[in-house]
Write a protein that binds this ligand. Structure first.
Ligand code: PEP
Ligand code: MN
Length: 357
Protein backbone atom coordinates (compact mmCIF):
# COMPACT_ATOMS: atom_id res chain seq x y z
CA UNK A 1 0.00 0.00 0.00
CA UNK A 2 1.00 3.61 -0.32
CA UNK A 3 -0.06 6.35 2.08
CA UNK A 4 -0.33 9.61 0.14
CA UNK A 5 0.16 12.60 2.43
CA UNK A 6 -1.69 15.90 1.92
CA UNK A 7 0.20 18.70 0.15
CA UNK A 8 2.34 20.80 2.51
CA UNK A 9 2.03 18.31 5.37
CA UNK A 10 4.33 18.72 8.41
CA UNK A 11 7.25 16.42 9.22
CA UNK A 12 5.63 15.29 12.49
CA UNK A 13 2.54 13.98 10.65
CA UNK A 14 4.79 12.05 8.26
CA UNK A 15 6.76 10.66 11.20
CA UNK A 16 3.55 9.55 12.93
CA UNK A 17 2.48 7.64 9.80
CA UNK A 18 5.91 5.98 9.52
CA UNK A 19 5.71 4.84 13.16
CA UNK A 20 2.14 3.58 12.80
CA UNK A 21 3.02 1.63 9.66
CA UNK A 22 5.84 -0.10 11.58
CA UNK A 23 3.52 -0.77 14.57
CA UNK A 24 1.07 -2.45 12.20
CA UNK A 25 3.82 -4.90 11.19
CA UNK A 26 4.51 -3.33 7.78
CA UNK A 27 7.79 -1.86 6.52
CA UNK A 28 7.71 1.89 5.97
CA UNK A 29 9.61 3.53 3.09
CA UNK A 30 9.56 7.27 2.50
CA UNK A 31 9.29 8.81 -0.98
CA UNK A 32 9.54 12.60 -1.13
CA UNK A 33 8.47 13.98 -4.49
CA UNK A 34 8.31 17.56 -5.64
CA UNK A 35 4.56 17.68 -5.15
CA UNK A 36 3.70 14.91 -2.73
CA UNK A 37 5.12 12.80 0.03
CA UNK A 38 4.33 9.11 0.07
CA UNK A 39 4.90 6.55 2.77
CA UNK A 40 5.11 3.06 1.33
CA UNK A 41 3.64 0.43 3.67
CA UNK A 42 5.08 -2.81 2.38
CA UNK A 43 3.71 -6.14 3.59
CA UNK A 44 0.38 -7.91 3.88
CA UNK A 45 -2.48 -5.61 2.91
CA UNK A 46 -5.81 -5.58 4.75
CA UNK A 47 -8.90 -3.36 4.65
CA UNK A 48 -8.65 -2.83 8.41
CA UNK A 49 -5.06 -1.58 8.28
CA UNK A 50 -5.95 0.63 5.33
CA UNK A 51 -8.80 2.22 7.30
CA UNK A 52 -6.59 2.85 10.32
CA UNK A 53 -3.97 4.59 8.23
CA UNK A 54 -6.59 6.69 6.43
CA UNK A 55 -7.63 8.23 9.72
CA UNK A 56 -4.21 9.57 10.69
CA UNK A 57 -3.70 13.35 10.53
CA UNK A 58 -2.15 14.64 7.29
CA UNK A 59 -3.15 11.56 5.28
CA UNK A 60 -4.85 12.26 1.96
CA UNK A 61 -5.49 8.70 0.78
CA UNK A 62 -4.29 5.14 1.12
CA UNK A 63 -4.06 3.03 -2.03
CA UNK A 64 -2.95 -0.40 -3.07
CA UNK A 65 -0.01 -0.63 -5.50
CA UNK A 66 -1.29 -2.63 -8.43
CA UNK A 67 2.08 -4.10 -9.48
CA UNK A 68 3.87 -6.93 -7.65
CA UNK A 69 6.95 -4.70 -7.36
CA UNK A 70 6.17 -1.87 -4.96
CA UNK A 71 9.20 0.32 -4.26
CA UNK A 72 10.32 0.03 -7.89
CA UNK A 73 6.95 1.24 -9.18
CA UNK A 74 6.00 4.69 -10.45
CA UNK A 75 2.98 4.51 -8.19
CA UNK A 76 5.29 4.64 -5.18
CA UNK A 77 7.67 7.24 -6.62
CA UNK A 78 6.33 9.37 -9.45
CA UNK A 79 9.45 11.26 -10.55
CA UNK A 80 12.47 9.65 -12.20
CA UNK A 81 15.06 8.59 -9.67
CA UNK A 82 18.32 10.47 -10.14
CA UNK A 83 21.29 8.83 -8.46
CA UNK A 84 24.42 10.63 -7.41
CA UNK A 85 27.41 8.42 -8.09
CA UNK A 86 30.60 10.15 -6.94
CA UNK A 87 29.20 13.48 -8.16
CA UNK A 88 27.81 12.08 -11.43
CA UNK A 89 24.06 12.29 -11.97
CA UNK A 90 22.51 9.10 -13.31
CA UNK A 91 18.87 8.87 -14.40
CA UNK A 92 16.24 11.45 -15.34
CA UNK A 93 17.47 13.51 -18.30
CA UNK A 94 21.12 12.50 -17.78
CA UNK A 95 22.71 10.01 -20.16
CA UNK A 96 25.84 8.25 -18.92
CA UNK A 97 28.04 5.88 -20.85
CA UNK A 98 29.79 3.10 -18.99
CA UNK A 99 32.71 1.74 -21.00
CA UNK A 100 35.78 -0.44 -20.68
CA UNK A 101 36.98 -3.95 -21.40
CA UNK A 102 34.79 -6.97 -20.73
CA UNK A 103 37.37 -8.34 -18.31
CA UNK A 104 40.30 -6.88 -16.42
CA UNK A 105 43.09 -8.70 -18.20
CA UNK A 106 46.19 -6.64 -17.53
CA UNK A 107 47.17 -3.25 -16.17
CA UNK A 108 48.19 -2.18 -19.66
CA UNK A 109 44.88 -2.95 -21.36
CA UNK A 110 42.79 -1.55 -18.51
CA UNK A 111 44.70 1.74 -18.36
CA UNK A 112 44.92 2.14 -22.15
CA UNK A 113 41.22 1.52 -22.63
CA UNK A 114 40.29 3.51 -19.50
CA UNK A 115 42.15 6.61 -20.74
CA UNK A 116 40.64 6.29 -24.21
CA UNK A 117 37.04 5.95 -23.02
CA UNK A 118 37.45 8.82 -20.59
CA UNK A 119 38.77 11.06 -23.33
CA UNK A 120 35.82 10.08 -25.50
CA UNK A 121 33.44 11.13 -22.69
CA UNK A 122 32.50 7.90 -20.89
CA UNK A 123 31.68 8.67 -17.26
CA UNK A 124 32.01 5.25 -15.61
CA UNK A 125 34.72 2.60 -16.11
CA UNK A 126 33.77 -1.06 -16.44
CA UNK A 127 35.88 -4.21 -16.10
CA UNK A 128 35.04 -7.71 -14.89
CA UNK A 129 37.14 -9.47 -12.26
CA UNK A 130 34.75 -12.37 -11.71
CA UNK A 131 33.53 -13.58 -15.11
CA UNK A 132 30.46 -15.82 -15.43
CA UNK A 133 31.54 -17.98 -18.39
CA UNK A 134 29.50 -20.59 -20.26
CA UNK A 135 32.52 -22.90 -20.17
CA UNK A 136 34.39 -23.81 -17.00
CA UNK A 137 37.57 -23.93 -19.12
CA UNK A 138 37.34 -20.27 -20.23
CA UNK A 139 39.15 -17.39 -18.52
CA UNK A 140 37.29 -16.79 -15.26
CA UNK A 141 38.70 -13.35 -14.39
CA UNK A 142 41.51 -12.18 -12.13
CA UNK A 143 39.47 -11.91 -8.94
CA UNK A 144 40.82 -9.71 -6.16
CA UNK A 145 43.95 -8.82 -8.11
CA UNK A 146 41.70 -7.53 -10.91
CA UNK A 147 39.66 -5.51 -8.45
CA UNK A 148 42.82 -3.86 -7.14
CA UNK A 149 43.77 -2.85 -10.69
CA UNK A 150 40.28 -1.51 -11.32
CA UNK A 151 40.43 0.66 -8.22
CA UNK A 152 43.84 1.97 -9.21
CA UNK A 153 42.56 2.85 -12.70
CA UNK A 154 39.41 4.48 -11.34
CA UNK A 155 41.42 6.58 -8.87
CA UNK A 156 43.94 7.64 -11.46
CA UNK A 157 41.34 8.53 -14.08
CA UNK A 158 38.89 10.03 -11.56
CA UNK A 159 36.13 7.72 -12.80
CA UNK A 160 33.67 5.67 -10.75
CA UNK A 161 34.03 1.96 -11.47
CA UNK A 162 31.62 -0.92 -11.96
CA UNK A 163 32.32 -4.63 -11.81
CA UNK A 164 30.27 -7.79 -11.64
CA UNK A 165 29.75 -9.73 -8.44
CA UNK A 166 28.66 -13.33 -8.92
CA UNK A 167 28.85 -14.77 -5.43
CA UNK A 168 27.25 -13.34 -2.27
CA UNK A 169 30.51 -14.14 -0.43
CA UNK A 170 32.37 -11.69 -2.69
CA UNK A 171 30.12 -8.72 -1.90
CA UNK A 172 32.53 -7.33 0.77
CA UNK A 173 35.61 -7.47 -1.46
CA UNK A 174 33.78 -5.92 -4.43
CA UNK A 175 32.39 -3.27 -2.07
CA UNK A 176 35.92 -2.47 -0.95
CA UNK A 177 37.34 -1.92 -4.44
CA UNK A 178 34.51 -0.83 -6.78
CA UNK A 179 31.96 2.00 -6.79
CA UNK A 180 29.06 0.03 -8.27
CA UNK A 181 27.92 -3.58 -8.23
CA UNK A 182 26.96 -5.20 -11.53
CA UNK A 183 24.53 -8.10 -11.30
CA UNK A 184 24.88 -10.11 -14.50
CA UNK A 185 22.07 -11.47 -16.62
CA UNK A 186 22.74 -15.00 -15.38
CA UNK A 187 22.46 -13.88 -11.77
CA UNK A 188 19.43 -11.63 -12.09
CA UNK A 189 17.46 -14.09 -10.00
CA UNK A 190 20.19 -15.02 -7.56
CA UNK A 191 18.05 -13.74 -4.72
CA UNK A 192 20.67 -14.20 -2.01
CA UNK A 193 23.07 -12.10 -4.05
CA UNK A 194 20.42 -9.40 -4.53
CA UNK A 195 19.71 -9.36 -0.79
CA UNK A 196 23.42 -9.03 0.02
CA UNK A 197 24.02 -6.05 -2.28
CA UNK A 198 20.73 -4.61 -1.01
CA UNK A 199 22.25 -4.36 2.46
CA UNK A 200 25.03 -2.09 1.17
CA UNK A 201 24.93 1.57 0.17
CA UNK A 202 26.59 1.27 -3.25
CA UNK A 203 24.64 1.47 -6.53
CA UNK A 204 23.48 -1.81 -8.04
CA UNK A 205 23.27 -2.24 -11.82
CA UNK A 206 20.98 -5.18 -12.62
CA UNK A 207 21.00 -6.76 -16.07
CA UNK A 208 17.90 -8.40 -17.45
CA UNK A 209 18.07 -12.20 -17.52
CA UNK A 210 18.37 -13.94 -20.87
CA UNK A 211 14.74 -15.02 -20.76
CA UNK A 212 13.26 -12.77 -18.09
CA UNK A 213 10.05 -10.81 -18.56
CA UNK A 214 10.21 -7.16 -17.51
CA UNK A 215 8.15 -7.80 -14.39
CA UNK A 216 10.78 -10.27 -13.17
CA UNK A 217 13.57 -7.76 -13.81
CA UNK A 218 11.68 -5.21 -11.71
CA UNK A 219 11.08 -7.83 -9.01
CA UNK A 220 14.85 -8.31 -8.87
CA UNK A 221 15.24 -4.56 -8.41
CA UNK A 222 12.60 -4.82 -5.66
CA UNK A 223 14.78 -7.36 -3.80
CA UNK A 224 17.56 -4.77 -3.58
CA UNK A 225 15.23 -1.86 -2.76
CA UNK A 226 13.49 -3.90 -0.06
CA UNK A 227 16.76 -4.10 1.87
CA UNK A 228 17.03 -0.30 2.04
CA UNK A 229 19.43 0.21 -0.88
CA UNK A 230 17.57 2.62 -3.14
CA UNK A 231 20.40 3.06 -5.63
CA UNK A 232 19.35 0.73 -8.42
CA UNK A 233 19.74 0.89 -12.22
CA UNK A 234 18.22 -1.71 -14.55
CA UNK A 235 19.70 -2.72 -17.89
CA UNK A 236 18.25 -4.28 -21.03
CA UNK A 237 21.05 -6.44 -22.51
CA UNK A 238 19.26 -8.56 -25.07
CA UNK A 239 17.06 -11.59 -24.69
CA UNK A 240 17.02 -14.99 -26.32
CA UNK A 241 14.86 -15.25 -29.44
CA UNK A 242 14.93 -17.28 -32.66
CA UNK A 243 16.99 -14.49 -34.36
CA UNK A 244 20.37 -16.19 -34.48
CA UNK A 245 22.24 -13.61 -36.57
CA UNK A 246 22.99 -11.75 -33.36
CA UNK A 247 24.06 -13.05 -29.95
CA UNK A 248 20.84 -11.85 -28.28
CA UNK A 249 17.95 -9.65 -29.41
CA UNK A 250 18.05 -6.17 -27.89
CA UNK A 251 14.50 -5.50 -26.72
CA UNK A 252 14.45 -1.76 -27.40
CA UNK A 253 10.81 -1.54 -26.36
CA UNK A 254 11.84 -2.60 -22.85
CA UNK A 255 13.20 0.92 -22.35
CA UNK A 256 9.90 2.86 -22.60
CA UNK A 257 7.97 -0.01 -21.01
CA UNK A 258 10.18 -0.01 -17.91
CA UNK A 259 10.17 3.78 -17.78
CA UNK A 260 6.39 3.81 -17.80
CA UNK A 261 6.22 1.37 -14.91
CA UNK A 262 9.23 2.36 -12.87
CA UNK A 263 11.14 5.44 -11.74
CA UNK A 264 14.52 3.67 -11.89
CA UNK A 265 17.16 4.64 -14.48
CA UNK A 266 17.21 2.32 -17.52
CA UNK A 267 20.40 1.49 -19.45
CA UNK A 268 21.01 -0.68 -22.49
CA UNK A 269 23.88 -2.99 -23.30
CA UNK A 270 24.39 -3.08 -27.08
CA UNK A 271 27.62 -5.13 -26.78
CA UNK A 272 26.25 -8.37 -25.33
CA UNK A 273 23.11 -8.09 -27.47
CA UNK A 274 25.04 -7.64 -30.73
CA UNK A 275 27.92 -10.00 -30.10
CA UNK A 276 29.65 -8.32 -33.09
CA UNK A 277 31.37 -4.97 -32.92
CA UNK A 278 29.99 -3.70 -36.24
CA UNK A 279 26.44 -3.89 -34.89
CA UNK A 280 27.17 -2.16 -31.58
CA UNK A 281 26.76 1.49 -32.78
CA UNK A 282 23.33 0.87 -34.36
CA UNK A 283 22.00 -0.81 -31.22
CA UNK A 284 23.52 1.79 -28.91
CA UNK A 285 21.91 4.62 -30.88
CA UNK A 286 18.56 2.79 -31.03
CA UNK A 287 18.57 2.42 -27.24
CA UNK A 288 19.47 6.06 -26.62
CA UNK A 289 16.81 7.14 -29.16
CA UNK A 290 14.28 5.04 -27.24
CA UNK A 291 15.09 7.11 -24.16
CA UNK A 292 17.62 4.96 -22.31
CA UNK A 293 19.49 6.90 -19.64
CA UNK A 294 22.75 5.27 -20.53
CA UNK A 295 24.60 2.41 -22.15
CA UNK A 296 27.30 -0.01 -21.10
CA UNK A 297 29.72 -0.62 -23.96
CA UNK A 298 32.69 -2.97 -24.23
CA UNK A 299 35.84 -1.37 -25.65
CA UNK A 300 39.23 -3.01 -26.19
CA UNK A 301 42.52 -1.69 -27.57
CA UNK A 302 43.42 -5.04 -29.12
CA UNK A 303 40.23 -7.11 -29.41
CA UNK A 304 41.96 -9.95 -31.30
CA UNK A 305 43.85 -10.72 -28.12
CA UNK A 306 41.01 -10.17 -25.67
CA UNK A 307 40.50 -12.98 -23.18
CA UNK A 308 36.73 -12.48 -23.19
CA UNK A 309 34.16 -11.07 -25.65
CA UNK A 310 36.74 -9.80 -28.16
CA UNK A 311 34.41 -10.01 -31.21
CA UNK A 312 31.97 -7.50 -29.70
CA UNK A 313 34.55 -5.03 -28.33
CA UNK A 314 34.71 -1.76 -30.26
CA UNK A 315 38.04 -0.09 -30.91
CA UNK A 316 38.78 3.16 -29.05
CA UNK A 317 38.60 5.38 -32.17
CA UNK A 318 35.22 3.91 -33.14
CA UNK A 319 33.99 4.39 -29.58
CA UNK A 320 34.99 8.04 -29.88
CA UNK A 321 32.88 8.40 -33.04
CA UNK A 322 29.97 6.60 -31.41
CA UNK A 323 30.05 8.99 -28.43
CA UNK A 324 29.62 11.93 -30.82
CA UNK A 325 26.55 10.30 -32.35
CA UNK A 326 25.13 9.35 -28.95
CA UNK A 327 25.43 13.00 -27.94
CA UNK A 328 23.36 14.11 -30.92
CA UNK A 329 20.66 11.46 -30.52
CA UNK A 330 20.39 12.14 -26.77
CA UNK A 331 19.79 15.82 -27.50
CA UNK A 332 16.98 15.01 -29.93
CA UNK A 333 15.11 13.12 -27.21
CA UNK A 334 15.70 15.87 -24.64
CA UNK A 335 18.53 14.14 -22.78
CA UNK A 336 22.08 15.26 -22.16
CA UNK A 337 25.21 13.12 -22.14
CA UNK A 338 27.53 13.48 -19.15
CA UNK A 339 30.95 14.02 -20.71
CA UNK A 340 33.01 13.27 -17.65
CA UNK A 341 36.40 13.55 -19.34
CA UNK A 342 35.49 16.83 -20.97
CA UNK A 343 33.20 19.70 -20.01
CA UNK A 344 31.58 17.91 -17.05
CA UNK A 345 34.92 17.07 -15.49
CA UNK A 346 34.34 19.08 -12.33
CA UNK A 347 32.66 17.11 -9.53
CA UNK A 348 29.32 18.62 -8.59
CA UNK A 349 27.66 19.08 -5.25
CA UNK A 350 25.91 15.93 -4.06
CA UNK A 351 22.12 15.88 -4.35
CA UNK A 352 20.48 16.57 -1.02
CA UNK A 353 18.19 14.04 0.66
CA UNK A 354 15.27 12.29 -1.03
CA UNK A 355 14.78 8.78 -2.30
CA UNK A 356 17.64 8.80 -4.74
CA UNK A 357 20.74 9.46 -2.69
C1 PEP B 1 29.35 -8.50 -18.99
O1 PEP B 1 28.89 -7.36 -18.79
O2 PEP B 1 30.53 -8.71 -19.30
C2 PEP B 1 28.40 -9.64 -18.92
C3 PEP B 1 28.82 -10.87 -18.67
O3 PEP B 1 27.13 -9.30 -19.18
P1 PEP B 1 25.77 -10.16 -19.10
O4 PEP B 1 25.58 -10.52 -17.67
O5 PEP B 1 24.73 -9.21 -19.61
O6 PEP B 1 25.93 -11.35 -20.00
MN1 MN C 1 31.37 -9.20 -21.69
Amino acid sequence: MIVVMKAGVGADDVQRVIERVAELGLTPHLSKGEFRTIVGAIGQRSAQVQQQLEQLPGVDEVMAISQPYKLASREFHEADTILDINGIRVGGPHVNIIAGPCAIESREVLFTVGKAVKEAGASILRGGAFKPRSSPYSFQGRGREGLELLKEAGDELGMPTITEVVDPRDVPVVYEFADMFQIGARNMQNFNLLLEVGKTDKPVFIKRGLAAPITELLMSAEYVLSQGNHRVIVCERGIRTFADEVRFTLDVSAVPVIQERSHLPVFIDPSHAAGKRDLVPALALAGIAAGAQGAIIEVHSCPDRALCDGPQAVLPHNFHKLMEQIKQIAEIVGHRVTLWGREDAKPRKALAGGWAT
